[in-house]
Write a protein that binds this ligand. Structure first.
Ligand code: NAD
Ligand code: UDP
Length: 334
């Protein structure tokens, strides 16, 4: 039996391939390479000693999906394929609805037709909008502040609908907080195109001298040091949470919604200093205006994941910083 990993060449999907292959699963990757490269498959094979099957294609291609489900004995799907740039989603909302929502609909319809009804879906803490308090539990109200977030809300709702209609579905909606880090091999990691939007790749590129200075968006939030606070989670811990969810769904038929975070809030300044300390490097920064749409604080209540999945994040901030730097260094030498 194989697991179909959509978006398996991407940042999180590639790490999921590693955890699945290491756990003994066979893996089929479907990726259209719109934000990744085929080389990732070879790198995953280098880490694991065996390769996933790679199919270049789009989740919106129903005919391709139908043939995949008939060719391979797929028992479950981990669905990572999607576009994720918040700013771009504001500029081009239709592109995001078509790819993320439309693509998911096609995938779920083909899963249903093939009687493959076990799914782990990449949702996001963005579905909590601007939460009234922290830590954020799964039963907090949901809202979207941009089209990207709205696509996550919509897919969560589609999955709820599927489950209501047919309780044969086993679905985990995993709400990620801030995934960072890279595999310790330095072979796979986050590879943003152009100027990074996210903090961690920006810090790395600044430390490497690719960017002259990190702009810290806002020093006047109501937080201990005035900078924004987030729950950064190591990508290897995050994908371990996916494996735990898959194994849970194997025994329990249900619609599960869980946060994947560490439960610890870390400010931008704390992250900069942790990075400098862990890697003995220098990250020049300047504090600038707040970024529109940003919230002050966001971190997870992780009790449900601990209780239900028996999972918790174990990697430290130091691990996140060291592994990101190792990956950054390997990019430089490419
Ligand atoms: P990523 O861009 O690195 O990976 C996504 C992969 O999906 C890419 O390889 C891309 O080529 C592929 N893809 C996109 N659209 C596709 C399509 N229509 N058909 C086939 N392949 C397609 O992103 P990531 O950081 O690995 O994120 C994976 C998932 O997790 C996304 O759904 C994202 O929204 C979600 N998520 C990410 C974060 C984060 O901070 N990275 C946080 C919360 C949720
Ligand atoms: N941030 C920053 N400078 C950057 C990128 C991000 O100060 O160049 C801050 C941002 O304001 C937020 C935190 O870092 O407080 C995490 O931002 P990121 O975009 O990585 O994730 P988000 O939580 O916004 O999805």
């Amino acid at each position: 039996m194989s697991i179909l990993v959509t978006g398996g060449c991407g940042f999180i999907g590639s790490h999921a391939c590693v955890v699945l292959l290491d756990a003994g699963y066979d893996v089929v990757v479907l990726d259209n390479l719109c934000n990744s490269t085929r080389e990732v498959v070879e790198r995953v094979a280098q880490i694991c000693g065996r390769a996933p099957i790679f199919v270049e294609g789009d989740i919106r291609d129903a005919i391709l999906l139908e043939s995949l489900f008939s060719e391979y004995e797929i028992s479950a799907v981990m669905h990572f394929a999607g576009l994720k740039a918040v700013g771009e989603s504001v500029a081009q909302p239709e592109k995001y609805y078509d790819n993320n929502v439309g693509g998911s609909r096609v995938l779920f319809a083909e899963m249903q037709a093939a009687e493959v009804k076990t799914l782990v879906f990449s949702s996001s803490a963005t579905v909590y909008g601007d939460p009234a308090s922290v830590p954020i539990a799964e039963d907090f109200p949901r809202s979207a502040t941009n089209p990207y977030g709205d696509t996550k809300l919509q897919v969560e709702d589609i999955l709820e609908g599927l489950y209501q209609q047919d309780s044969g579905w086993c679905i985990a909606r995993l709400r990620y907080f801030n995934p960072v880090g890279a595999h310790t091999s330095g072979l796979i990691g986050e590879d943003p195109d152009g100027i990074p939007n996210n903090l961690m790749p920006f810090i790395s590129q600044t430390a490497a001298g690719i960017r002259p200075v990190l702009s810290i968006f806002g020093g006047d939030y109501d937080t201990p040091d005035g900078t924004g606070v987030r729950d950064y989670i190591h990508v290897v811990d995050l994908v371990a949470g996916h494996l735990a969810a898959l194994e849970y769904l194997d025994k329990n038929q249900q619609l599960l919604t869980v946060n994947l975070g560490t439960g610890q809030g870390v400010s931008v300044l704390e992250m900069v200093h942790a990075y400098e300390r862990a890697n003995q490097c220098n990250v020049p920064y300047q504090i600038v205006n707040r970024r529109p749409g940003d919230i002050a604080e966001c971190w997870a209540d992780t009790r449900l994941a601990n209780q239900i999945l028996g999972w918790q994040a174990i990697r430290t901030l130091d691990d996140m910083c060291r592994d990101t730097w190792r990956w950054q260094q390997s990019r430089k030498s490419k």
